[in-house]
Ligand binder design. Structure first.
Ligand SMILES: NC(=O)c1ccc[n+]([C@@H]2O[C@H](COP(=O)([O-])OP(=O)(O)OC[C@H]3O[C@@H](n4cnc5c(N)ncnc54)[C@H](OP(=O)(O)O)[C@@H]3O)[C@@H](O)[C@H]2O)c1
Length: 246
C-alpha cells in the first residue's frame, strides 16, 4: 500500500507508541493524521506536532464520543487502534477483578467500538485498513500482567473476527504484536525494551508492505517464532517468570 496522500487516524496518540506512530506516518508522506487523545491538554499538545495533524478528543470507552468521532472523520483510509490499558495485575491479585474489567473495557470493548464505527468508513475508502495494536503477551500469558494478557488475547480474537467479516468488503485488517516497549506502560519494569520509534517504524513499514501480522521488535519476533515451534514450552517458561516469594 502506498501511504502517500492517505488519511490515518491513531487512537491513544499522546505519548508512547501512539505519538511515534503519528510521527512515522507523517515521515512516510500521509496527507493527514487524525490524532486522538483522551484529555484536552494532550489534544492541544498534539495539534502543534505538524500542520497535517488534526487532534481531537476520543475516549474509546465512551459510546457517544466514538460515534461523534466517526461522524466527524468520514475520509479516513487507515485506522490504527493503539489506545490500551495495562493495570499490571495478577488474575488472582487483590484487585484482579477490577483490573480485568477496566482492561477489557478499553482493550476489547473500546477497540471493538472503534472498529464498528469506522468499518463502513474504511470500506468506502477502497483501500481501507484497520490495524489493531495487540501484544505478544496476548498470545501467551505473563502472570504478572495476567489480566492485561487476557484482554489482549480477546483483542487478538476480535482482530481475527473482524478480518474475516471485513475481507469481502476489501478492508485489510492488520494485527500488531509488540514485545516490551519503553513507554509509560512499562515504566519501572526492568527488562530489555524496544523504543517507541523503532516499533513505529516497523509498524508503518509493515503497513506499507501489506503485512497481515506485524511483530515489530526482536523480542516479539523471537517469542512468536518459538510459539509456532513449541507453544507449551513457551507457556511453561512464561509461567516460571513469577518473582520468587510471590
Ligand atoms: N509498552 C509495551 O511494552 C507494549 C507492548 C505491547 C503492546 N502495547 C500496546 O501498545 C499500545 C500503546 O501503549 P504504550 O506502550 O504506548 O503505552 P502508553 O504510553 O500508556 O499509551 C497508552 C495510550 O492509550 C490511551 N488510552 C488508554 N485508555 C484510553 C481510552 N479509554 N480512550 C482513549 N485512549 C486511551 C492512553 O491515554 P491517556 O494518556 O489519557 O491515559 C495513552 O495515550 C497499547 O495498546 C498497549 O497495550 C504496549
Amino acid at each position: 500500500m502506498d501511504l502517500t496522500g492517505k488519511i490515518a487516524l491513531v487512537t491513544g496518540a499522546n505519548g508512547g507508541i501512539g505519538t511515534a506512530l503519528v510521527r512515522e506516518l507523517l515521515r512516510q508522506g500521509v496527507a493527514k493524521v487524525y490524532a486522538a487523545a483522551r484529555s484536552i491538554d494532550a489534544v492541544t499538545e498534539l495539534s502543534h506536532l505538524d500542520e497535517r495533524v488534526s487532534a481531537f478528543r476520543l475516549d474509546i470507552t465512551n459510546a457517544a464520543c466514538v460515534a461523534a468521532a466517526a461522524e466527524q472523520h468520514r475520509d479516513v483510509d487507515i485506522v490504527i487502534n493503539n489506545a490500551g490499558l495495562n493495570r499490571c495485575m495478577w488474575l488472582l491479585g487483590p484487585t484482579g477483578m477490577e483490573a480485568a474489567r477496566e482492561e477489557m473495557e478499553v482493550n476489547f470493548f473500546g477497540t471493538l467500538a472503534v472498529c464498528r464505527a469506522f468499518a463502513p468508513i474504511v470500506a468506502a475508502s477502497g483501500t481501507g485498513v484497520i490495524a489493531n495494536v495487540c501484544s505478544i503477551i496476548g498470545m501467551v500469558n505473563l502472570p504478572v500482567n495476567g489480566t492485561y494478557c487476557a484482554s489482549k488475547a480477546a483483542a487478538h480474537s476480535l482482530l481475527q473476527g473482524i478480518r474475516a467479516e471485513l475481507a469481502p468488503k476489501g478492508v485489510r485488517v492488520v494485527g500488531i504484536y509488540p514485545g516490551p516497549v519503553d513507554t509509560r506502560m512499562t515504566a519501572g519494569q526492568e527488562m530489555p525494551k524496544a523504543t517507541p520509534a523503532q516499533v513505529a517504524t516497523a509498524i508503518v513499514a509493515g503497513l506499507a508492505n501489506d503485512a497481515e501480522d506485524i511483530f515489530p521488535d526482536p523480542m516479539s519476533q523471537a517469542v512468536h517464532a518459538r510459539l509456532l515451534q513449541d507453544p507449551k514450552q513457551v507457556e511453561r517458561e512464561f509461567a516460571a517468570m513469577i518473582p520468587a516469594g510471590s
